[in-house]
Design a protein around this ligand. Structure first.
Ligand SMILES: Nc1nc2c(ncn2[C@@H]2O[C@H](COP(=O)(O)OP(=O)(O)OP(=O)(O)O)[C@@H](O)[C@H]2O)c(=O)[nH]1
Length: 478
């Protein structure tokens, strides 16, 4: 082999190596999405706002217009099944992930049949079975401590004594309270914007975006869906600038929140109450301390501010303080309160509240129920009974499940059990002001298929807002 042949071979090998290196670099560049080459002249993609038409205010609807006809349940079909193996409790004690403190509903007391008032004969629907389901065979721990308590008659409704106070305007609440979402905004919204706007989006960046979504409690399924959509949209729209990436992010998040979900609170009466129409009936349910009583009071204020008359039913008879708390809310807005003594049968109080609401021709009856751990089968059955007893008198238009946004996965577990027992129609997510995990909104809706209708953003009396996907996402991203 001559020297010139050798040189030729070396040159060819060097050329092939150089070509391979260049091809590798080009391929790697193509896989990245660069946001650095901002083209100011390109028009930003139009971003659609949320489809929910609350217009910044609360949206109320009549149950008659939207509620599905209630079918009378039989005791057999409505008795929820809670096989022992599915329970998270261990011998009645909270399990991992449950409330650490011994809940007040560990108090033992028998569940008694309710003596319904006289007018039950005229009540509807007639198909309700006369026998309430038996207390499940699974006994509460320490059954010997259970004392049969005769259901005291609900007390006479109280007329508020104090002058009703000023109520913050109900429109634009989410706008006004958007600052309360600052913790979620910092750890969720701003992290995402930082990652998407930082420049080259390689696999590592997408992993970080995924982690951010998971940390904010969006859940694995929603996170995967959002990442896939984001990747697709950013690539297909040839997104170049951080502003464009933000617009795409907003659109994807708003869509993931379900723009078409019906979020009106069914709190408007069926016809004119002054002319024989019936009040709307709302039950407020949830675990201890999630904010049921507070939410009931806040909602009453919104309705009163909108010119509606309200009656409050204090069916949280486990805790005298809860009854007092609701009575105070009633006084503050000039609403009548029907209350029972501590230990009174909650179903009896709820029934009386609905009867009284009809007699007083109010627009809405809001019934605050006792908090109960979702793991307590007997107490959950009792909640089902509250609803069935109320249905003897009137259609229940709305069952609002109050969930504490700071409890994460445990909140979801609660939601599943409650919706088995009482057909939850809307979620109120409270304490969003105290958490960085605002992403729970996405997960809870997806898991339950029930819309988040209201959000609690503070302890103040007017810190309740209607949930609007567009405004919520804006609050997270701005
Ligand atoms: N920060 C914040 N605190 C809230 C919110 N909603 C309720 N709270 C507080 O949560 C605590 C419990 O609220 P309650 O309304 O008493 O809860 P509950 O579910 O009725 O409790 P039980 O009667 O024990 O079942 C109170 O201190 C409320 O002020 C909210 O949106 N944000």
């Amino acid at each position: 082999m001559t020297t010139s042949t050798l040189i030729a071979i070396v040159v060819v090998v060097a050329l092939v190596l150089a070509l391979a290196v260049v091809a590798g670099v080009v391929l790697n560049r193509r896989r990245r999405i660069s946001l650095r080459e901002k083209d100011e002249t390109e028009a930003r993609p139009e971003v659609k706002g949320g489809g929910y038409q609350a217009g910044g205010g609360f949206s109320f609807a009549s149950g008659a217009a939207t509620a599905e006809p209630e079918t009378a349940r039989t005791a057999e079909s409505s008795a929820p099944e809670h096989p022992v193996e599915e329970r998270t409790e261990v011998e009645g004690q909270p399990g991992v992930g449950d409330d650490a403190a011994v809940p007040r509903d560990t108090e033992r007391r028998g569940i008694v049949d309710v003596e319904l008032p006289e007018d039950t004969a005229t009540a509807e629907p007639a198909a309700e079975p006369t026998a309430e389901p038996e207390v499940p065979a699974q006994p509460e721990p320490e059954p010997a401590a259970a004392e049969p308590v005769a259901p005291p008659e609900p007390e006479k409704p109280e007329k508020p004594a104090a002058e009703p106070e000023e109520i913050e305007p109900t429109s634009g609440r989410l706008e006004r309270l958007r600052g309360r979402l600052s913790r979620s905004r910092t750890t969720f919204g701003q992290s995402l914007l930082g990652l998407l706007g930082a420049g080259d989006l390689d696999e590592e960046s997408w992993e970080e975006i995924e982690d951010t979504l998971l940390m904010a409690d969006l859940g694995a399924a929603t996170t995967t869906e959002i990442i896939e959509r984001l990747r697709g949209e950013i690539a297909s729209r040839a997104v170049r600038s951080p502003e464009e990436a933000r617009a795409v992010l907003r659109e994807v998040l708003v869509d993931a929140l379900g723009q078409d979900m019906e979020r009106s609170v069914r709190a408007l009466p069926h016809g004119d109450p002054a002319d024989g129409g019936k009040p709307a009936v709302l039950l407020v349910v949830g675990v201890n301390g999630t904010g049921k009583t507070t939410t009931t009071g806040k909602l009453a204020r919104v309705l009163v501010a909108d010119g509606r008359t309200v009656l409050l039913g204090a069916a949280d008879t486990f805790r005298a303080a809860a009854v007092e708390q609701l009575a105070t809310w009633g006084e503050r807005v000039g609403a009548e309160v029907v209350r029972g003594n501590e230990g009174a049968d909650p179903a009896s109080v709820a029934f009386e509240a609905v009867s009284r609401g009809g007699d007083s021709a109010v627009d809405a009856v809001l019934v605050d129920t006792a908090g109960r751990l979702h793991t307590k089968t007997g107490l959950m059955d009792e909640l089902g009974k509250v609803k069935r007893v109320v249905e003897k008198k009137a259609q229940v238009d709305e069952v609002l499940l109050v969930l504490d946004a700071t409890t994460g996965q445990n909140g979801l577990m609660q939601a599943r059990v409650f919706s088995e027992v009482v057909d939850v129609t809307g979620i109120v997510l409270t304490k969003l002001d105290g958490t960085a995990k605002g992403g729970i909104v996405f997960q809870v809706q997806r898991e339950l298929g029930v819309p988040v209708k209201l959000v609690g953003l503070g302890e103040g009396p007017d810190d309740l807002a209607p949930f609007e996907p567009g405004a919520f996402v804006d609050a997270l991203l701005d």
